[in-house]
Ligand binder design. Structure first.
Ligand code: ZN
Length: 410
């Protein structure tokens, strides 16, 4: 089992980011100069550089211009080669598709989204995503060295279903098959597949400076889903279903949820639920833009609805916080971006729920990555299949693992 990177996955990513940033800032550098600029030991640097050279992100160049005075030998310098590869990430969310392209040096070089009507068939969604890819390509973004395609699907989706379909719901199986077929036909590769919210959690953990290695992410949009990072690792759970916090019960006698239960968090705090509650109390809101305006004018009814949704969300997250003791809780999705008071209420409720326990209180913040988080996270997972996520389920891979390896306890 791959224990060598256990608990150090995020550290490795951050070292890699420092090396890339130093090369971006200073241009080509000798190894010693690069180690100093990145603040890494020579040993750590050579490990990170070997991996980056293997992926084509960094080139080793012998150059006369850098020839050491008197030695007669050309000096070896390392240089960035961002154009050596592109990675495509697609998030097929309930109400929109998001597409991002990242180059070999981790830079997001294109990001676009297009709305789709909730309930749109999977074939149609993936076709829309490929139209967006075409639009990106025709606007000048290079895709001629595509290294892989990652796709986030709305949960519940388990990567384990790629080998064991017995637990798959029909809609999830249909989504997976539609995506695998379309991506295979278009790019000739099998996509990496996972839950879009889980991928967004990964992106928040690795791409936001100052974020810890233990993080809980919740996306509140047309639906509600989450993702959990523990010790720098994305948690899939025993059956690949971790993070489905939208279906925690918050009102036992509440309205029926699409999952079949009553009073799930999704029936209280999703965007459609919040809009419906406002309308029921006499405030006509036709969509997110109306909600945003109502928040701006501090409409008391809307504020009350958001408070209730925030309390319910905070209580569900507080349970997770007590179980996992994360350093960060990130709230993403449309509701968090148009209604800051909602996120503030979530933070207050978590603080209230965990305050008697010293050190249990996490930092709570809105997402930094916004709507592109799922697509970018799919790319992070792709880039690090072999290092950061050494055991990442490959989607199409026969050697797929259905649960992450246990962390070494020695
Ligand atoms: Zn439910």
């Amino acid at each position: 089992m791959t224990t060598s990177t256990d608990g150090t996955a995020l550290v490795r990513w951050r070292h890699e980011a420092r090396v890339l940033a130093a090369l971006r800032e200073h241009g080509a550098l000798r190894r010693a100069e690069l180690a100093a600029a990145a603040g890494l030991s020579r040993t750590t640097l050579s490990e990170i550089v070997a991996d980056l050279v293997g992926r084509g992100a960094v080139r080793v160049v012998s150059t006369d211009a850098a020839r050491r005075r008197g030695s007669g030998r050309p000096a070896e310098v390392l240089a960035l080669d961002p154009s050596s590869g592109q990675y495509l990430g697609i998030d097929l969310a309930h109400a929109a598709v998001h597409v991002a392209v990242v180059d070999a040096s981790h830079d997001v070089i294109a990001s676009q989204q297009r709305d789709v009507a909730p309930g749109t068939a999977w074939n149609e969604r993936i076709r829309t995503a490929l139209d967006v890819v075409d639009a990106i390509a025709s606007s000048g973004t290079r895709l001629d060295a595509l290294q892989g395609v990652g796709v986030g699907l709305p949960g519940p989706y388990s990567p384990a279903w790629s080998v064991d379909r017995s637990g798959a719901r029909d809609s999830s199986a249909a989504a997976r098959n539609a995506v695998e077929d379309a991506v295979g036909r278009r790019f000739g590769v099998a996509p990496l597949l996972d839950t879009n919210t889980r991928l967004a959690a990964l992106a928040e953990a690795v791409r936001t400076p100052g974020t810890g290695e233990d993080l809980v992410y919740l996306r509140i949009a047309a639906g509600i889903g989450g993702g959990i990072v523990v010790g720098g690792r994305l948690v899939h759970g025993g059956r690949g279903l971790s993070g489905e916090l939208g279906h925690a019960t918050v009102r036992p006698d509440g309205p029926r949820c699409r999952c079949g239960k009553r009073g799930c968090l999704e029936t209280v705090a999703s965007v459609p639920a919040v809009l419906a509650a406002c309308v029921e109390r006499g405030v006509e809101l036709r969509g997110l833009a109306d909600l945003e305006q109502a928040v701006d004018r501090a409409d008391p009814v809307v504020e009350a609805v958001l408070r209730e949704a925030g309390v319910a969300t905070g209580q569900v997250l507080a349970g997770t916080v007590l179980a996992l003791n994360p350093t960060d809780v990130v709230v993403g999705g449309a509701l968090a971006s148009v209604a800051p008071p909602f996120v503030q209420q979530v933070a207050s409720t978590i603080t209230f729920e965990v305050h008697p326990i010293d050190g249990a209180r996490p930092r709570v913040r809105p997402s930094d990555l916004g709507d592109s988080g799922g697509a970018v996270g799919a790319i992070v997972a792709l880039q690090h299949r072999t290092s950061l996520l050494v055991d990442y389920p490959g989607g199409h891979d026969a050697s797929i693992v259905t649960s992450p390896p246990r962390r070494s306890t020695s």
